[in-house]
Ligand binder design. Sequence first.
Ligand code: AHR
Length: 654
Amino acid sequence: MKKYFLALCTTIIACHAFGQSEKTYQIDAGKIKAHVQPNMYGIFFEDINMAGDGGVYAELVKNRSFEFKEPLMGWTEINKDGVDGSILVLNRGEANSNNPRFIHVTSTSAKGYGLSNEGFRGMGVKKGNQYHFSVLAKTESKGLSLQIELLNAKGDVIGNTAVLPSSKEWKKYTASFTAAETDPKASLKVLLKGIGAVDLDMISLFPQDTWKQRPGGLRADLVQKLDDMKPGFLRFPGGCIVEGRELDTRYQWKRTIGDVANRRMIINRWNTEFAHRSTPDYYQSFGLGFLEYFEIAEDIGASPLPIINCGMACQFNTCELVPVNQLGPYVQDALDLIEFANGPVNTKWGKKRTELGHPKPFNLKMLGVGNEQWGPQYIERYKIFEKAIHAKYPQIKLVSSLGPFPGGDIFNSANKTFRKLGASILDEHYYNSPEWFMKNVKRYDNYDRKGPKIFAGEYAAQSVVTGSPENKNTWKCAMAEAAFMTGLERNADVVTMASYAPLFAHVEGWQWTPDLIWFDSLNSYGTPNYYVQQLYSLNKGTDVVPLTLNNEAVSGQDSCFASATIDNNTHELIIKIVNAGKQEQKAQFVVNGAAPGGQATLTVMKSDDLNVVNSLTEPLTISPQKSKIEVDKNLVKLNMKPYSFNVIRVSITK
Ligand code: AHR
């Protein structure tokens, strides 16, 4: 009796000291539960929402080689000063089946005649920045010049240059100029001056300020956002784009390397996917191809994770299948890709990589066989790939798909089969409500610790419902993902990789929402979801340690979700806790097994408004804010704001 009375008094005193709602969480910093893989938090890239062409690929000219179904889409004929001329679309056919079309421009006056290009929802150009124009041309005429003009949205010239085509054979001509103004909606005029005719192809304009200033490269602001995440891996090129609507439009990596003029342009499968977001001018030029993907991964320190087509077109569309006895070329593509990435320079594909300027291997360790496939046809094809790949490259880890949903018959059957087959990495996808994410935070608590590892390969909380154009990147969704990710982290021995999807979206050219990073022709912003991903990646630590409330993992009690890791490199304890409730809550973390010291750094994302979003004009409305908090002996105290995600880093000595 006396014992209970004393306990009651202690509780009352504690409540007075810290407030009624204070919760005491226990952390055992000396007890390692799991190692966190250094590449746990990564990126999923797919050319959806104009992520590639019109997005990170910095080409400003749309339909530069006239290979769109409508050969002059994106182009407007200009009758300068009312002078006549003509444009013919010609087809080389067999002579260049990768890039058959070009235009034949005839000018009948010395004043000039030609065409202009609108760019991808306008060309974003910056004052003082240099722009590099190039074109393939041939002509039988003498004394012609191509006048190149950059126009602002009002039609004023804000940059110009000229090239003088003179060769009877196809030849590349280049010229540069500086833009006198910034404009998100500029356009490019190409005028033929003089009387005569010229053949033109691959009309191109790139900014100088690409990522790492690479000619014909990528948009620096967008790659910077990826780099800022310090991602552990880069999954590419998708996504359903790997599969194609039909096999003809599947992703074929060998067609995406080498001279850009020979990379065969095809329709983007997202061009027609959603009637309500139809994007008739969405094609894949493959200027961003497999060498570029490997290079970005290398640049930003991410392990490359290519996904290859396994002889199946998208199962939400045609589900066109390659008969298993004709899978040979598909399997060979996979084997050759591994050689392209890792092979010494004296191998066929290692030599190719070297010729393309990258003798150093890319250290490929993982490969996805199929994107979001399912069913017996997938298993049948997967086994053929697995056998061939592991016969030659036993060390390559294969990623196997568990289909599009996180449960149900498709999932359960694939899960069972791949576990029996001893698969290495299972790719789970979940696009679901924020409530689902919070309810499923314990999803991995009881997974088989000795079975395959889990790759949470595509996930995003949907504010309305999957596929709805009304979905927004709200704080509610991001907070739910932060809560769910405490469950991924607590189970880092099972879940070894995770990536939000999709990654990029053009504000005027998207098909799918929500997305991690939004952009227009000049600017970009990270969503609240982006900052959540970034906080996890920058604060992953090296080892998971227990963080409990009443001896249980913190997985929704009082609307709180938490996990803790230590970082053996920096000697810090890292606490992540989400308060998904509308009340402020007081928490104290009792640290055992190591001594915390000094001040702790607190990084908070919060808002009282769960529907708030970031935007191009207000990009940081929901973003991490840093402050310091005091540490009292082995206690770290925190006032958790309503609807907040809190990350605490504190030094520890063992
Ligand atoms: O992320 C968008 C799409 O969702 C991906 O292409 C596909 O894998 C999934 O269905």
